[in-house]
Ligand binder design. Structure first.
Ligand SMILES: *Cc1c(COP(=O)(O)O)cnc(C)c1O
Length: 467
């Protein structure tokens, strides 16, 4: 052994040829992705078999590795950076935010502590203040930067669990659930699946939840919410994952505050409505909640790996995530790990900071309101072509049905196969529906019209093949 592999790596760092190749491949991808088929072709999928190789005995060649990934991996991606992907709630990517990610990848920062990355620490603080201002949240609110809403919901509910148990004189970190007083968890029947997951992970038990009925739009039925008390955690939703509907925060948060119940708002994509002049009526009252979870990688179009937990009660969040008992770790500088479950983390805040700085308040407003306008355009054009729209399009989500469930399901399949655009299906009030989520800055009105045409063709094809 003569340090051969190390010498090679020094050479690669110095010569930078592999980085140039990666850059060229990325540019090529970006140029094609706007126009290519949205879902990979059958051939591209079959070519993934090329990756079925044994773990190498010996070092490989960086060029070959990159080349293999680009040749057989790039075509098997879903073209999410283009304007015609409407599945899940997947945002596009803001160029400035992507560029920042490239730079910060070279930094390779680990960000648990101020001392491990002063720049990340500072940007976390600044971004926290910006988000507080943007969403008009209370002055005491702190932010933790996590991987996504799954994790930020978990953090919010962990803080709620901490605080509510503490009020009842119980240290959950030390004593656990055995012999613990009972906490109540209340949420709507249409809470997101990741809410149930967090409830399970935190030991509350999904069967112990007091599930509240929802109205035709998927909003929690305000009148059906049971009496709250200080042992209660109430989980509300800003943006139903299917319909985009918003719960009645003003009424429910006010009620909760009166009795000292904790309110968490799952605002994964919908919280951003608060940043739009025309849409912020939807989030009225959120400032009365205790914790809020949302993503950068959905509505704000940052790269993935960007979730945020915001919590009005710093002590509850920090104590919950660090099992540190009834004290706060004070530090002159911000130590990011106090606000997240993870210790080692990349400097993910940089992309969020960059997106906010790039767009500014008016740019965010334009972006978010633009999703709404395109969603309404979708609904309008589809209706003109005889499709049924099942939800009030209050935000960026559109639920669409054809005559029968079979026709709808077949139509979805045909749309997906067309490569023209991509939409998923879901169940809505016992019906199969097409689910459209407009969430990328790259979606222009022409993309909507082109996609509507794909819908019409796909339905026509379904009608002719099913008879
Ligand atoms: C996407 C989503 C989540 C989960 O967020 P991830 O970032 O995918 O972990 C939770 N709640 C709602 C309403 C969502 O749309």
């Amino acid at each position: 052994m003569n340090d051969e592999i190390r010498r090679r790596m020094f050479r690669e760092m110095e010569q930078k040829a592999i980085f140039d190749e990666a850059r060229d491949a990325a540019y090529n991808y970006a140029d094609q992705a706007l126009e290519r088929n949205v879902f990979p072709t059958q051939e591209a999928i079959e070519n993934l078999a090329r990756f079925d190789q044994p773990l190498p005995e010996d070092p490989g060649d960086a060029h070959e590795i990159l080349n293999q990934l680009n040749t057989f991996g790039s075509p098997a991606t879903v073209a999410q950076i283009g304007g015609r992907y409407f599945g899940l709630v997947n945002g596009g990517i803001i160029p400035a935010s992507l560029a920042v990610r490239w730079l910060t990848d070279f930094w390779d920062q680990n960000t648990p502590l101020y001392l491990s990355s002063p720049v990340a620490s500072r940007l976390e603080e600044i971004t926290e203040a910006w988000l507080r201002e943007l969403f008009a949240l209370p002055d005491s609110t702190v932010a933790g930067y996590v991987s996504g809403s799954s994790m930020s919901i978990f953090c919010g509910l962990a803080a709620a669990r901490q605080r509510n148990f503490e009020r009842l004189g119980w240290d959950i970190n030390r004593k656990g659930f055995t012999d613990a007083p009972r906490l109540r968890v209340i949420t709507g029947r249409q809470a997101h699946g990741t809410v149930s997951k967090a409830i399970a992970l935190l030991g509350f038990g999904i069967d112990n939840v007091e599930w509240v009925d929802t109205d035709v739009q998927g909003r929690i039925a305000t009148d059906a919410v049971p009496e709250l008390d200080q042992s209660t955690i109430l989980i509300l939703q800003a943006g139903n994952v299917n319909s985009g509907a918003f719960d009645d925060f003003s009424t429910l948060c006010a009620k909760a505050r009166q009795v000292g119940a904790w309110v968490h708002v799952d605002g994964a994509f919908g919280l951003w409505a608060a940043a739009s002049q025309q849409l912020k009526y939807l989030t009225a009252g959120i400032e009365l909640a205790d914790s809020w979870s949302f993503d950068g990688h959905k509505t704000l179009n940052t790269p993935y790996d960007s979730g945020v937990i915001m919590c009005r009660d710093r002590a509850a969040l920090v104590n919950a995530l660090h099992a540190s008992g009834a004290y706060i770790v004070y530090s002159d500088n911000r130590d990011g790990m106090l606000h997240t479950p993870e210790m080692s983390r990349r400097a993910r805040v940089c992309e969020l900071w960059a997106a906010l700085k790039y767009l500014g308040k008016s740019g965010i407003d334009e972006l978010v309101y633009g999703f709404h306008l395109r969603a309404r355009q979708f609904a309008q054009e589809l209706e003109q072509h005889g499709f049924e729209i099942l939800n009030d399009v209050v935000f960026n989500q559109v639920l669409v049905a054809c005559g029968s469930d079979t026709l709808t399901t077949e139509t979805i399949k045909n749309i997906q196969q067309s490569g023209e655009c991509w939409v998923g299906g879901t169940q809505w009030q016992q019906r199969s529906v097409i689910r459209v989520s407009v969430c990328s800055w790259a979606t222009m009105p022409t993309d909507v019209s082109r996609s509507v045409k794909a819908f019409v063709d796909a339905r026509e094809q379904a009608r002719t093949t099913s008879v």
